[in-house]
Design a protein around this ligand. Structure first.
Ligand SMILES: NC(=O)c1ccc[n+]([C@@H]2O[C@H](COP(=O)([O-])OP(=O)(O)OC[C@H]3O[C@@H](n4cnc5c(N)ncnc54)[C@H](OP(=O)(O)O)[C@@H]3O)[C@@H](O)[C@H]2O)c1
Length: 372
């Protein structure tokens, strides 16, 4: 199951509104355990993992054990349900990690298998598997995307300095991790303040993964972000959504649309985009995972609204100082909101521009304890 959980990560963020699930077909005999078929939910969400793994196993699936990270589906579409495909292939035993909360499947996949005489063991490594399935589980049960708040925090707890543009808090290795996170999410969100101050591109620029840049969303009630910003200039290549108030000037809306943006009319409260309603609307468009990359006010709003499921902090060795304009982070490792628990920690070399080693950056991932 651990191998299946690792395999499932490969297509995370690329399977539409289907979860990225993995299935291993394993034959256990006197000489040991042999994987005879492996499958993962294919890009776009179909086919599911089980038929892919069974096709690879062929006749060797007969009498074998299937390890699947999520309960096999039980409902008919144009193709038969995966539970039925496992039955037809003659597997003897099915081991699953997480029960599918989808009402069409919930418990029914397991029941179909048991009725066919297959031994079913559910719940193996459920906690570990949930980590990769969390976006699907939250989307399905809470009707909103999973929200990951990612911030780079200086050694003295700052996010940057107002008026200084992007402040290099972390090194290249940490930036590469950020790009990898982007590739695994359906969308990235920032506030208009960050567009104006930093002019970021918000794409995945890792060699070979450039095509995996997710949609970019800007909270911009007045639709005031500059048409000359990098986001606007690349909007026809990388989908870009401006979450604006529904009463913006139509000429402005047309200008943003002409630049290639989708202008999303939003409800506002006190002049700010209403976050729960926005998340509901994004979920309805199939966005299951959202990476919030700042800035300070947007991060604070998501935290205050209790809409953050995971926090990823990159702590750099550099001090920004407390001068006028320094922006304190609304969250640091020592000011974590209640209910979050550390689940991963990665130490990365911090090599500054010019190749100088400045120390280490630490990437810490926290998950809400009630979702572990
Ligand atoms: N270190 C890091 O990880 C990191 C990451 C990103 C940014 N930054 C830094 O943060 C600074 C920008 O932060 P910021 O606080 O000025 O800007 P911000 O959080 O990026 O954007 C704030 C703006 O977003 C709009 N907004 C709409 N709905 C909102 C809502 N529900 N809650 C909050 N804001 C909403 C508002 O625009 P209106 O004013 O039009 O209403 C608000 O002024 C920059 O200096 C940047 O370098 C650091």
């Amino acid at each position: 199951m651990a191998a299946a959980i690792r395999l499932a990560r490969r297509n995370q963020g690329q399977t539409g509104t289907n979860p990225s699930v993995a299935c291993l077909i394993v034959r256990h005999d006197a000489s040991g355990s042999h994987v005879v078929g492996s499958g993962i939910t294919q890009k776009g969400g179909r086919p599911h993992a089980e038929p892919v793994a069974l096709a690879e196993a062929g006749e060797l699936a007969r009498g074998a054990t299937a390890y699947v990270t999520l309960e096999p589906c039980a409902h008919h579409g144009a193709t038969p349900p995966c539970a039925e495909t496992l039955i037809s292939a003659g597997v003897a035993r099915v081991v699953t990690a997480v029960v599918d909360p989808d009402g069409r499947v919930h418990g029914k996949g397991h029941a179909m298998l048991r009725e066919a005489g297959i031994a079913v063991e559910a719940g193996l490594m459920a906690q570990e598997a949930k980590d990769g399935l969390r976006a699907y589980l939250i989307h399905k049960t809470m009707k909103r995307p999973q929200v990951t708040l990612k911030l780079a925090v200086s050694a003295d707890g700052m996010l940057g300095v107002r008026g200084s543009g992007q402040v290099a808090i972390t090194g290249a290795a940490a930036r590469a991790q950020t790009h990898l996170m982007r590739a695994r999410h359906h969308a990235i969100l920032i506030g208009s303040g960050t567009v104006i101050e930093d002019d970021p591109e918000l794409t995945c620029r890792l060699e070979g993964l450039q095509a995996r840049s997710p949609r970019r969303i800007v909270l911009d009630p007045a639709a005031a972000i500059p048409l000359g910003s990098k986001l606007m200039k690349t909007a026809s290549a990388v989908p870009t959504i401006v979450a604006a108030s529904s009463d913006i000037d139509p000429a402005r809306r047309d200008a943003l649309a002409a630049a290639g943006c989708l202008v999303m009319p939003c409800e506002t409260v006190g002049g700010k985009v209403a976050l729960p309603e926005l998340l509901e609307d994004l979920a309805a468009t199939g966005i299951m995972s959202l990476m919030v990359e700042g800035g300070a006010r947007v991060a604070a709003s998501f935290l205050e609204a209790g809409l953050v499921d995971e926090i990823v902090l990159f702590e750099g060795p550099v001090e920004v100082g407390n001068d006028e304009g320094a922006i304190p982070s609304p969250v640091t490792a020592s000011t974590l909101p209640a209910g979050f628990e550390e689940c991963d920690r990665l130490v990365l070399p911090h090599v500054a521009a010019g190749g100088k080693m400045l120390g280490t950056d630490i990437m810490i991932r926290y998950v809400r304890a009630d979702q572990e």
